[in-house]
Write a protein of this length. Structure first.
Length: 599
């Protein structure tokens, strides 16, 4: 089985058709064993095969599963060989945009998910079905009865099929678009509650239009990786916008007459008071879409044209990230790990709202979380559940504030304390006292960079000597958009752009600089796809502390830190630019406060 016989389909952006998509297919059934096929294709050595066969004699398991479990081959290697053995086509990717959503109209989404199968094409006599396990024929028998037709098989990796299932069912159930015409009907009930355990992709057409509209908006937001949904009533219409990768994008206009009904539906599922329209309200929503558990922070604000609604989405199923996946440079990673492994002191993360502060703190807590350490947090709200960590949620309505919660936490014999945010002088003072009595304290502040965090502490009434003796280090973080690798384009930056980043042509010798292209299918025409962090770490060593005690000028503190080797946010951004991960435009926009870059 040569490499020339197995070809991946072209990228989705090229919109391949089923008729011309390369496949793996053979005229004669292969009589060779799976192990022989893998050895002949150079995916497996003879020695490894003999070892796996010996293990199979003991366990009576399948040889393919044994090879994958022992990391002797990849799952893709196994599926390619199995497809070859059974004379079936193999697809490394599926052209989802060419799959007719009507193929799944009569098939429950959970049936496809449980069995890792998906109908992908139909002709006059057959339906072609992608499967992850071609040896499991029982679901195919059920599918043959459901569709009343013959079934042909192709083989694809499980992850490819799962992703394709979600995307095909999203297109089949895009209620946020379908329902707009239905909204002209007079009956718009909003009295049914949202079932938290049901997947929104299973919504049916017999639900009331306003319910399908809201469900469709939530499902579409998850599909497009939106972090926030903005529903903004104006004089003549309701504007719906999604924040994707930190940028707001217009998505839909809803007739103005439906503002009240739409707000009522959202307040019902957020368990808010639907009769109260004069004061702001906050709530939470939990739902499931495409197999993901999503938590929503809901904010309702009365305006002159109606209630303005913002919903912040959090994918709970993804869990907290690992510290090694946070995009820290090797130098900053090692320094940060050294800080968070100390026995006492304060470690701070700073940045504007939505810059990844809490995510970094969670990753740091999980890095040091062991059975011999007692970690307790107080947060507003608790965003991820961390195993082995005591997490307290602020409830200001009943008097459980950061300050009151922190006082109680100190009686719980903690080794490590995380304060979601230091907002006032009292909380800052207790954090300082805690760090001086043998606790390691993690927290966040809203400041522009590391040096201004020091002056922020002073503004809260903390004395310079308290800051210098308790704070170990401060990490400033931002999120910049990642270039879409499928459509980015190389270019020669302007002199003005280089000047803004304090660079010259010589610094870019032999390096490629990219900018966002015109957009493609993968990035939905934006040119960017996802975000990543840039970081600035100030470690308060003896010289920095002396500078702090002598002067509380943030610029002097920052200059001294740079002299001591600190890399600024702008330096971090430029590393990402030179690596081809982001654009100069993004780097400049997210490091405008780094005035030292112009000095």
């Amino acid at each position: 089985m040569s490499d020339s016989e197995i070809k991946d389909p072209p990228p989705e952006g090229e919109s391949p058709k089923w008729s011309n998509l390369p496949t793996v297919s053979f005229r004669k059934l292969q009589r060779k064993t799976l192990g022989q096929i893998l050895v002949e294709s150079n995916a497996l050595s003879e020695e490894a095969l003999h070892s796996a066969l010996a293990q199979q004699e003991e366990t009576k398991g399948k040889i393919g599963e044994i090879l994958v479990e022992n990391d002797l081959i990849t799952e893709e290697d196994m599926l390619r060989a199995l497809a070859y053995q059974l004379d079936l086509p193999y697809y490394a990717r599926l052209p989802v945009n060419d799959i007719d959503p009507s193929l799944v109209d009569s098939i429950p989404i959970q049936f496809c998910r449980d069995n890792k199968i998906l109908p992908v094409a139909r002709d006059d006599f057959n339906v072609t079905v992608a499967v992850a396990d071609p040896l499991n024929i029982f679901p195919l028998d059920d599918l043959r009865l459901i569709l009343s037709t013959n079934i042909n098989m192709i083989v694809s990796p499980p992850a490819v099929i799962e992703n394709s299932i979600n995307r095909v069912y999203e297109r089949s159930n895009d209620a946020s678009q379908k329902v707009l015409d239905d909204l002209n009907q007079p009956e718009l009930g909003a009295d049914d509650d949202l079932e938290e355990t049901r997947d929104l992709l299973e919504s049916t057409d017999d639900e009331k239009p306003i319910i399908r509209l809201v469900n469709g908006l939530l499902a579409r937001a998850v599909k497009e990786r939106a972090s926030d949904i903005h529903i903004e009533p104006y004089e003549n219409e309701i504007m719906v916008r999604f924040r994707i990768d930190g940028t707001l994008q217009d998505k839909m206009q809803v007739p103005r007459r439906h503002a009240s009904t739409m707000a009522t539906r959202i307040k019902i599922i957020g368990k808010l008071n639907i009769a109260e329209k004069r004061v702001p309200q906050d709530g939470r929503i939990s739902f499931r879409v495409a197999g993901k558990d999503i938590d929503v922070r809901l904010s309702v604000l009365p305006t002159s044209h109606g209630e303005r609604i913002v919903m912040r989405l959090l994918d709970k199923s993804s869990g907290a990230k690992r510290l090694v996946d946070m995009g820290l440079s090797q130098e900053i990673y090692e320094q940060w790990v050294h800080l968070i492994e100390q026995s006492h002191g304060i470690v701070l993360v700073t940045g504007p709202t939505g810059s990844g502060k809490t995510t970094l703190l969670y990753a740091s807590l999980m890095h040091i979380n062991t059975t011999d350490i007692n970690i307790v947090t107080i947060e507003d709200p608790v965003e991820y559940q961390l195993a082995g960590v005591g997490q307290v949620e602020v409830k200001e309505k009943i008097g459980l504030t950061f300050m009151e919660g922190l006082r109680s936490i100190l009686r719980q014999d903690p080794d490590v304390i995380m304060i979601g945010e230091i907002r006032d002088g009292e909380t800052a003072g207790i954090a300082i006292q805690s760090s001086m009595t043998g606790h390691l304290v993690f927290s966040t502040l809203h400041t522009n960079d590391t040096s201004s965090t020091v002056t922020r502490f002073l503004d809260l009434g903390i004395q310079p000597f308290q800051v210098s003796t308790s704070v170990l280090g401060i990490m400033a973080t931002r999120l910049v958009r990642k270039l879409c690798t499928n459509c980015r384009e190389q270019y020669d930056p302007l002199d003005g752009e280089l000047k803004l980043m304090n660079m010259n042509r010589e610094d870019l010798a032999g390096k490629k600089i990219y900018r966002a292209g015109d957009g493609c299918e993968e990035c939905r025409g934006i040119g960017y796809n996802g975000r990543m962090g840039i970081h600035e770490l100030m470690i308060l060593d003896d010289e920095i502390r002396e500078t702090l005690m002598a002067s509380q000028d943030s610029n002097k503190i920052k200059k001294k830190s740079i002299e001591r080797g600190m890399k600024t946010l702008r330096d971090s951004a430029m590393q990402k630019v030179v690596a081809g991960l982001t654009s100069l435009e993004e780097a400049i926009a997210n490091t405008q406060t780094d005035d030292l870059g112009h000095m």
